[in-house]
Ligand binder design. Structure first.
Ligand SMILES: Cc1ncc(COP(=O)(O)O)c(C=O)c1O
Length: 362
């Protein structure tokens, strides 16, 4: 029996054709951000209605470079612990200090009240994560930003196509960082992107263009200079070619995810689960069960893959922070992500609902 995958990129002949065309073109990559990479950036900029977009080769790279725009050496960045480890690593890469705070119990997004409590003279940036694709309370975060003269860099890895106040995520903050990892709503082999919206966006784009290509700047013909350190973070043409096709179906894919979310919401007997929201991209559909390990095992025995997103970062050995984040620590013992992607057939959705109701204890 075919396994129902937790993540499954939605691809067809369009992506296959795009890859073949790219192979045959002989133009596979360029640090200069030309060709399909440039086209993808323009399309994503239009889609999100953001001021500038800079394509890179992962969400991790996007976070690293976005934070590098602001001097955070020995300064504090406030973030949730309920995220992928890259969110915190990107602060370390820049010499900053991660300050983990708790999440709201309903959305599992960063709790603005906890941010206020964590602010010190050293705080420079708020780094919210739109967990599962559910937008954080950006109005509240902006109030805090203004009051304490901070910056907001969004981890929008889950939020391709999510909206907040009828505007696409990617158009609100100083910087937003997307991931196009194959598991994401917009899938590439590898890829990421930074959208920027504050002041001086043209200047910042130039800086980021250089940083993503080992610091190369002032390029004229084959001559160039390096005025600042950079990394090898530029996107390749294959990723961009797939991304262009994926972007065309992001809206319809997210609509299918919303449809599945509605069914899960209505038909699953579990009380605690991700809320229904028209703004959410439903990258994940999380439920909270009292028998996490046993539930996941039983689902797998029945060919349904599930996952845990995530283990709290502040509990990792490298970070081993003594702080207590009650909601994060409690929920991560119970969290399970169910499959939610456009490839699911209605019989598969029926099966997931039936077996989740059968095996889950809450
Ligand atoms: C919340 C979050 N942040 C950052 C990342 C890093 O993205 P990537 O895997 O593209 O480097 C991911 C993806 O795995 C993620 O889920």
């Amino acid at each position: 029996m075919k396994q129902i995958k937790l993540f499954d990129p939605s691809i067809n002949q369009k992506e296959e054709k795009a890859i073949l065309q790219t192979i045959r073109s002989g133009f596979w990559a360029s640090g200069a951000g030309k060709g399909k990479v440039l086209k993808f950036e323009k399309l994503f900029k239009k889609y999100t209605n953001s001021k500038e977009c800079i394509a890179v080769n992962s969400g991790t790279a996007a976070l690293h470079l976005a934070l590098s725009l602001f001097d955070i050496k020995n300064k504090e960045v406030i973030l949730p612990s309920l995220s992928f480890v890259s969110t915190a690593h990107s602060i370390i890469y820049n010499g900053g200090i991660p300050v983990f705070v708790d999440v709201e119990p309903e959305t599992l997004c960063i709790d603005p009240e906890k941010i206020k409590e964590a602010i010190t003279k050293k705080t420079r940036i708020i780094l919210p994560v739109h967990y599962a694709g559910m937008p954080c309370n950006l109005d509240e975060l902006n109030k805090i930003k203004k009051k304490f003269n901070l910056k907001i860099v969004e981890d929008a890895a889950h939020a391709s196509g999510s909206t907040y106040k009828n505007k696409k995520i990617g158009s609100h903050s100083d910087a937003s960082c997307f991931s196009f990892h194959p598991a994401k709503n917009l899938a590439m082999p590898v890829g990421g992107l930074i959208s920027i919206n504050g002041r001086n966006t043209k200047k910042l784009k130039k800086i980021l263009d250089s940083k993503r290509w080992v610091g190369i700047s002032n390029r004229v013909g084959s001559k160039y200079d390096v005025t600042n350190i950079g990394w090898n973070y530029y996107m390749n043409e294959f990723s961009a070619a797939i991304g262009i096709e994926q972007l065309k179906k992001l809206e319809s894919g997210n609509l299918k995810r919303k449809y599945i979310a509605k069914r899960y919401s209505k038909e699953l007997k579990i009380v605690k689960k991700i809320p229904l929201s028209k703004d959410c991209s439903y990258h994940l559909f999380w439920i909270s069960v009292n028998n996490q390990k046993e539930f996941m095992k039983k689902m797998l025995e029945n060919n349904i893959e599930t996952g845990i997103h995530y283990l709290p970062i502040h509990k990792m050995k490298y970070y081993s922070s003594r702080i207590k984040l009650k909601i994060t620590e409690d929920i991560t013992k119970k969290l399970v992500s169910l499959p939610i992607h456009p490839n699911l057939k209605s019989t598969e959705i029926d099966k997931i609902i039936k077996l989740t109701n059968k095996f889950s204890k809450d």
